[in-house]
Structures are given as structure tokens and as C-alpha cells.
Design a protein around this ligand. Structure first.
Ligand code: S3P
Length: 442
């Protein structure tokens, strides 16, 4: 079903950021591994997170929704063999982190997912977990569906992930909790550190250090550590907040406030690039600490945007924000160039191809690179008028609909049901700041 975002004269208003997806997955998994009752507020209730909740339940935790965003998890201090397959739907994070968490228990668990997830590379998780002693039987050795046979006592490893990935780091650390000896992960580039922060909040002892200035970040933990239950709110998602913020920036008359956004250097790449390199009018007020994370109220208003070269070292801290960056770049003056981002090829879809196609079908000149893309900014509203093929990718769908709020003509998407995975209130929140997103049939 086609949905269309119509150009509107202004984007003004205030909304609250939905719960962070990364933190919501981690909260459920850590609480299920702990012994006792954890309670959470502000949990993201997107499909990806609900899949993780379902998997936690299947592995023996008591997981209950108490009210909007309020969840209780009763962990047994370990996992039981699930009687059915763990279905992670579209969720790379849920499936990959859970593989690490399950690996330290002597159970068989079958991991399945939708077509997109079944096409995504799992070798990056299979390799280190196999080295630690888990047995993983995957379709073509690399992909879901797979059966993971865990082991009571894994062996610790000293691992340098070949690609910057918080999911890989987290899976190894979660397995490391149940390993004999000290598990070490060496990251050439810093990736989001929510697992480390939340493990500490749950009472785990972790060492985090850097090998020389600018050198690899080294995270290590001793095996055999038990986790304590958590009582906490989940901070707001900076990746979701990027959509209303972008709408405020590209509008001819934009003024948007998004409350309670997590501010963490490992996630703030887009905002840093916008403020420091693209001339965006963006600011923040402190909003307090939540779950070991700083939060801010973010505001953005329209202003002269200019293109930039995104420094490759910034890529991991904005890895999910490239489709929306490309939309902002389309409104900016001059060229924007992204490189060093080949990981985008293996996200929910090939996000380099999908992003470039999204722009081109709306009259913006854009070119795909092996490891990024180049956008020729229109110095104002791009033509629009296209129907974007979303390829089941929530961030492509939301980016295209944001573009439609300020393009010369409406922008349509072929589907928006998958937005449920990360931002179920997207259409309502966008309407609250003035967007007009409508089902074409309506
Ligand atoms: C995530 C890590 C990132 C990111 C994903 C969420 C996480 O993936 O793209 O949306 O919560 O750990 P990679 O670890 O593959 O970079």
C-alpha cells in the first residue's frame, strides 16, 4: 500500500523520543540473564524489541508488559531450552546479541528470522562464538536459520572483530560472562557502548581501556559473573529522533524539540556532522541521566545547510543515520560525500543502493560508491514526486517520508508497515509536528 508525505509549509512542535532500540534489546536480555525481578519504563515497543521479549520468554524468563512502555522481567539467572524456534523477525541486534547470551548454556536453540534477516551475515558472530566453544549449525555456514548448541563452560577469547560492530562486541561479551577466564574484545573503531554501560549497571565488572591515544578500545570481563536485576528507564533513541530533527532542519519554517534523547559519543555522529560541518541550527539542553546514559532535549530549526565530506572515522557513530543524512544533504548547498561505510551494504537492505535510489527517484543527483555515496545538494527543496522502493527497510521508509515534508512535490513509499520495527509512533509523532503522511487510498 502506497503512503505519501505531502509538502507542508512548516514543521513545528515538540515530541518525546521513543525508547532506544539498542538499549531496549539489551535491557530485556540482561534482565533475563539476571536472577530476580527487573522493571523498565520507556521501553521501545517496536516489533524488533517484541521479538527479543518473545525469545527471552521462550528461554524461561517471565516477561510481562505492565503498561505503555512499562515492562517487568523475572530472570532465573540463566536460560532453559526453548521448545520452539526463536523468531527474531527483522532484528539483527536481537538475534546477534541473543546468540552470545545463549552460547553459555548447555541448550539447543534454533534462530530464525524474516527474509531480510535470513540474508544477513552471521559469520561475524558464528566465528567468535565457535572459537569460545559453542556449536553452530547455520544454513550455508553463514546465515539464519541456524541451530546454536551452547556449552556450560565456554572458553574465554581475546578477539579483535574484523569489522566495527557493536553487535559482535556485545555477543562476545555476553558469552564471556559464562566463559572460563577473561574475555577481551579489541575494537579498532569505537562502537556503541550500551552493553558495557548496562552490564555495569547490572553489577558486572568490566575493564575498559585504550591502547595508547587513539589506539584500540579494549573491553574485558572475567567469566563466571552473575548479573543483578535492573530498575530503570530506557533513554530516548537518537537514531529515531533523527527523523523529526531532520524534518525541522529541511523545512522552510522549522522548529522542532525532541525530548529525552540519549547523548552518547558512540551514537552522536550525525548530530556532530550536522552542527560542526553542515551549518545546521541544532542545540541541546541537559535532560538528566537515564540508565547510565546522559540524555538531552534536542532542538533544530531551519537554516542554511551545506554539504560536507563525512569523515570515515565518524561512520560507526552514525551507522544507522546515513539514509536520513542523505535526505538532509539533498536540501543542502553543495556536495556531500560518504566513504568508509561499506557496512551499509549488509544492513536491513543494501542501504547504499536503497539510499541512492530513494534520492534519484525524487530528482536528486546521487551516485553510489563501493563504500558510500555522493549526493549533489539542491540548495533548497529537491523536486520530489517519486515513489520510493523501501525494500522492507524502516530507515529508508522514514527518510523518504521526511523528505516529502519539504520537497517540491509529495514523496511516496511503497510500504511503511516495517516502521513498526523501530518507531511505531513515527506517523503520529510526525503529524504532531505538522507533517501530512497519508495512505493514498484514504
Ligand atoms: C546495533 C549495532 C549496529 C546498528 C544496529 C544496532 C546494536 O549494528 O546498525 O542498528 O544495538 O548493537 P552493527 O553492530 O552491525 O554495526
Amino acid at each position: 500500500m502506497v503512503w505519501t508525505s505531502h509538502p507542508v509549509p512548516r514543521i513545528v512542535g515538540q515530541i518525546r523520543a521513543p525508547g532506544d532500540k539498542s538499549c531496549s534489546h539489551r535491557a530485556l536480555i540482561l534482565a533475563s540473564l539476571a536472577k530476580g525481578t527487573s522493571t523498565f519504563s520507556g521501553m521501545l515497543e517496536g516489533d524488533d524489541v517484541l521479538r527479543t521479549a518473545g525469545a527471552c520468554r521462550a528461554l524461561g524468563a517471565g516477561v510481562e508488559r505492565l503498561g505503555v512502555g512499562r515492562w517487568e522481567v523475572i530472570g532465573r539467572g540463566g536460560f532453559l531450552a526453548p521448545s520452539a524456534a526463536l523468531d527474531f523477525g527483522n532484528s539483527g541486534t536481537g538475534s546477534r546479541l541473543m546468540m552470545g547470551a545463549v552460547a553459555g548454556f548447555p541448550i539447543d536453540a534454533r534462530f530464525i528470522g524474516d527474509e531480510s534477516l535470513s540474508g544477513r551475515p552471521m559469520g561475524r558472530i558464528i566465528d567468535p562464538l565457535t572459537a569460545m566453544g559453542a556449536k553452530i549449525d547455520a544454513s550455508d555456514g553463514q546465515r539464519l536459520p541456524l541451530v546454536l548448541t551452547g556449552r556450560e563452560r565456554l572458553s574465554a577469547i581475546d578477539y579483535a572483530p574484523p569489522k566495527a560492530s557493536a553487535q559482535v562486541k556485545s555477543a562476545v561479551l555476553l558469552a564471556g560472562l559464562r566463559a572460563e577466564g577473561r574475555t577481551v574484545v579489541r575494537e579498532a573503531s569505537d562502537t556503541r557502548d550500551h552493553t558495557e554501560r548496562m552490564l555495569r549497571a547490572a553489577g558486572a565488572e568490566l575493564e575498559i581501556r585504550r591502547e595508547g591515544p587513539g589506539g584500540p578500545r579494549i573491553v574485558s570481563l572475567e567469566g563466571g559473573q552473575a548479573l543483578s536485576p535492573l530498575q530503570t528507564a530506557i533513554p530516548g533513541d537518537p537514531s529515531s529522533a533523527a527523523f523529526p530533527i531532520a524534518a525541522g532542519l529541511i523545512s522552510a519554517d522549522g522548529n522542532v524539540l525532541v525530548e529525552g534523547v540519549m547523548s552518547n559519543d558512540t551514537r552522536s555522529g550525525l548530530y556532530d556532522v550536522l552542527a560542526a560541518r553542515m551549518g545546521a541550527v541544532i542545540g541541546a539542553d541537559e535532560a538528566g541521566d537515564v540508565c547510565g546514559e546522559r540524555t538531552i532535549d534536542l532542538h533544530a530549526s531551519s537554516g542554511g545547510l551545506k554539504g560536507t565530506d563525512v569523515p570515515p572515522r565518524t561512520v560507526p557513530s552514525m551507522i544507522d543515520e546515513f539514509p536520513i543524512l542523505a535526505v538532509i544533504a539533498a536540501f543542502a548547498e553543495g556536495e556531500t560525500r560518504v566513504s568508509g561505510a561499506e557496512e551499509l551494504r549488509v544492513k536491513e537492505t543494501d542501504r547504499i543502493a536503497a539510499t541512492v535510489d530513494m534520492l534519484r527517484v525524487n530528482g536528486v543527483e546521487a551516485e553510489a560508491l563501493d563504500d558510500g555515496f555522493v549526493v549533489q545538494g539542491c540548495g533548497g527543496p529537491p523536486p520530489g514526486g517519486g515513489v520510493v522502493e523501501t525494500r522492507h527497510d524502516h530507515r529508508i521508509a522514514m527518510s523518504a517520508l521526511v523528505m516529502g515534508t519539504a520537497a517540491q512535490s509529495p514523496v511516496a513509499v511503497d510500504d511503511l508497515s516495517m516502521i513498526e520495527t523501530s518507531y511505531p509512533r513515527f506517523v503520529a509523532d510526525m503529524a504532531a509536528i505538522g507533517a501530512e503522511i497519508r495512505d493514498v487510498a484514504a
